[in-house]
Write a protein that binds this ligand. Structure first.
Ligand code: URA
Length: 203
C-alpha cells in the first residue's frame, strides 16, 4: 500500500513562504486514493473551501462544480466513503500550491511564481508516488507546470490528451471558469464523462 503520510506531514509543517504562512488557516495536501486512476491538480486552496475544510475542492463554488462533475462521470475521491462500487474510477485531487494565497483585503489571489516554485517539490512527490496513468491539470498555471510549456489559451487545449513520458496529461478548464459562467456547466459535465471514458480506455 502506498504511504502518502510522509509527504503530507512535510506539507502540513511547511513554512517556506512567509506570506502564505500568514494567510493560510492550514496547509492542504492532496486527498483521495493513493492508487488513483486519475490525478487532478487545481491551483490553490480557496478561502471559503479547502482553506477551511483541509480538502481540495470542497464547499466553495469551484468545489461544488468539481464534485458534481466527478459523481456524474463515475469518479470518486473517497477511499473511506460509503460508496465504493467497483466500477467507480479512483481519483486523487491536489493543488499546485498547498496554501491559500490572499491579498491585503483578504481575498483569494494568484500565487506568485516564488510560491509556485517553493511548492513544486510537493507536487513532484505526489506525481511520483500516486503515479496515475492520467493527470488532469485544472487551469492555465497548473497546465503550464505539468506540461512544462507556456500556454496562451487554455480553451484550445481543454480536454485534448497530450502524451507525456510517464502519463497522459489532459488539460481542463478550471471549475471557477465554469462557476462564473464563462463555459457551460452541462458541456463541462459532458467533458468529464468523455474524460472518464478516456481514463477507462488508458488505465
Ligand atoms: N479549491 C481548491 O482546492 N483548488 C482550487 O484551485 C480552487 C478551489
Amino acid at each position: 500500500m502506498k504511504n502518502t503520510s510522509i509527504f503530507k506531514k512535510k506539507i502540513c509543517e511547511c513554512t517556506k513562504c512567509i506570506n502564505l504562512v500568514k494567510s493560510r488557516s492550514l496547509a492542504v495536501p492532496g486527498y483521495g486514493y493513493p492508487d488513483a486512476d486519475i490525478l487532478f491538480i487545481g491551483l490553490a486552496p480557496g478561502r471559503y473551501g479547502a482553506d477551511k475544510t483541509g480538502k481540495p475542492f470542497t464547499k466553495d463554488a469551484s468545489g461544488k462544480i468539481f464534485q458534481t462533475a466527478l459523481s456524474l462521470s463515475d469518479m470518486s475521491m473517497e477511499p473511506n466513503g460509503l460508496d465504493q462500487r467497483e466500477e467507480l474510477l479512483k481519483a486523487y485531487v491536489t493543488n499546485l500550491v498547498k496554501c491559500n494565497p490572499r491579498d491585503e483585503k483578504g481575498n483569494n489571489r494568484y500565487p506568485t511564481s516564488d510560491e509556485v516554485e517553493n511548492c513544486l517539490e510537493y507536487l513532484h512527490d505526489e506525481l511520483d508516488l500516486i503515479n496515475a496513468p492520467v493527470v488532469v491539470p485544472l487551469g492555465k498555471l497548473s497546465t503550464e507546470h505539468v506540461t512544462g510549456r507556456k500556454c496562451k489559451k487554455l480553451s484550445s487545449l481543454h480536454n485534448v490528451p497530450i502524451r507525456m513520458e510517464k502519463f497522459w496529461c489532459v488539460p481542463f478548464l478550471h471549475p471557477s471558469y465554469v462557476a462564473r459562467g464563462a463555459y457551460s456547466r452541462e458541456t463541462y459535465f459532458d467533458d468529464f464523462r468523455s474524460l472518464s471514458k478516456f481514463v477507462r480506455d488508458n488505465k
